[in-house]
Design a protein around this ligand. Structure first.
Ligand code: SAH
Length: 383
């Protein structure tokens, strides 16, 4: 597979993707095959999964000419597992494999106590499924292996949606620990694979700073609220999903929390109303879905982030804490910084950054792959 000089530079810098526009000559091979990637001068660069149907036509799996066999994949999986062992402590819900960041392009594996949940989000990785399933069985303990292949990105790879129990079985939903608390998770029917695991450490860290009357905006199942309830007088959880809020209420009961309340609303409308009614808070958490999914959505997405942040800044009391997040891959840290600057200028509020955080270590950032630094969680205080 011969690629353009642009692509050569990217592969040499260890970025794991080569786009279709950089593929000059595709040899006779089938979608999903592992191919050799070479420069225009035919110099070997890497081994990669090939998918002519995807904009990401090549996904690098190795920079060496080596045999890609069972042992190759086993070593990669075991390395990812060893990384998690370094930090996980007694955590029973975490991401075991995070795709490109673990040199396993398109493979996601989460653990929820005794259940493992996987996603194969690239065609090449999807074709390795039988081997992966057998390897998971060999190196990981679990009572059930569940497939949650419904992510929209599979369509871009020409893959169908698939979901189900692949091996074993567990009654669902069941409880997992989140810091000092327990939450209910349903890895088969729940949203995504069950929980937003990438925010797990941010939820405990945020609890150090919060006080007074709190708003958990885009609350989902109230996981932030559970962590801050005992540090605040009350927490109002706003979300547009009735089922997520119902789960939140269950989680409050499960943890004996009486000062957290649910409110079904569009966060944009809710913040506007609070501003109009001069309803103030001491703590606001903004954890929206990704507003910028592709480069084309950048302008609209930026407006969305700015609007919620500006309004939140306006309804925070002096000394108030703003926790503001973005999980948009294309919304970089410097863009987020500028957006916050603009919002604070327009809101006429001075804010100090207490912490700039990312995803938990089970979602590692690969230096050569900036897209893996997708999650931002900033903690600020109104002066
Ligand atoms: N904070 C959560 C994760 C939030 S995910 C956690 O820590 O687990 C984003 C949530 O925003 C989803 O629950 C979704 O239902 C909700 N949502 C998306 N757009 C919304 C909107 N405009 N108004 C209110 N909720 C919205």
């Amino acid at each position: 597979m011969t690629i353009h000089h642009r692509g050569v530079r990217r592969v040499q810098a260890h970025h794991p993707w080569v786009f279709r526009s950089d593929v000059l000559q595709a040899e006779d091979c089938s979608p999903g095959d592992i191919v050799e990637v070479v420069s225009p001068a035919k110099q070997f660069l890497a081994l990669a999964f090939f998918n002519p149907h995807s904009q990401i036509t090549l996904r690098v799996i190795s920079h060496r000419r080596e045999e890609v066999n069972r042992d190759f994949w086993k070593k990669r999986i075991e390395r990812a597992l060893a990384q998690r062992e370094l930090w996980r402590g007694d955590r029973d819900a975490y991401r075991v494999i995070f795709g490109e960041s673990d040199q396993l392009p398109g493979l996601i594996l989460d653990r929820y106590r005794h259940a493992l949940v996987f996603q194969t989000l690239s065609l090449g990785m999807d074709l390795q499924k039988p081997l992966l399933i057998s390897l998971f069985g060999e190196v990981l303990e679990s009572r059930a292996l569940i497939e949650r292949n419904e992510a929209a990105v599979r369509e871009l790879e020409g893959l169908p949606k698939q979901r189900g129990i692949v091996k074993g079985g567990v009654p669902t939903p069941f409880e997992v620990r989140e810091g000092q608390h327990t939450v209910l998770v349903d890895p088969i029917e729940g949203h995504k694979t069950g929980l937003y695991l990438d925010q797990a450490e941010n939820r405990t860290q945020v609890a150090r700073y919060v006080h007074g009357r709190a708003l958990d905006a885009f609350a989902f199942q109230g996981e932030f609220a559970i962590h801050i309830a005992d540090k605040t007088s009350e927490v109002i959880c706003v979300d547009s999903s009735v089922s997520a809020l119902k789960a939140a209420r269950g989680n409050f009961e499960r943890n004996g929390i009486r000062n957290a309340f649910i409110h079904e609303a569009n966060v944009f409308d809710y913040l506007r109303e609070c501003q109009n009614k001069k309803e103030l808070f001491d703590t606001i958490i903004l954890d929206p879905p990704p507003f910028v999914r592709g480069k084309r959505e950048a302008a609209g997405g930026l407006r969305g982030y700015k609007e919620i942040n500006l309004r939140a800044m306006k309804i925070l009391r002096p000394g108030g804490i703003l926790v503001t997040c973005s999980c948009s891959q294309n919304f970089t840290e410097s863009m987020f910084f500028e957006m916050l600057q603009e919002a604070s200028r327009d809101a006429k509020r001075e804010l100090q950054v207490l912490e700039k955080r990312g995803a938990a270590p089970d979602h590692p950032v690969l230096l050569s792959f900036p897209e893996s630094a997708y999650l931002q969680c900033w903690i600020l205080q109104v002066l």
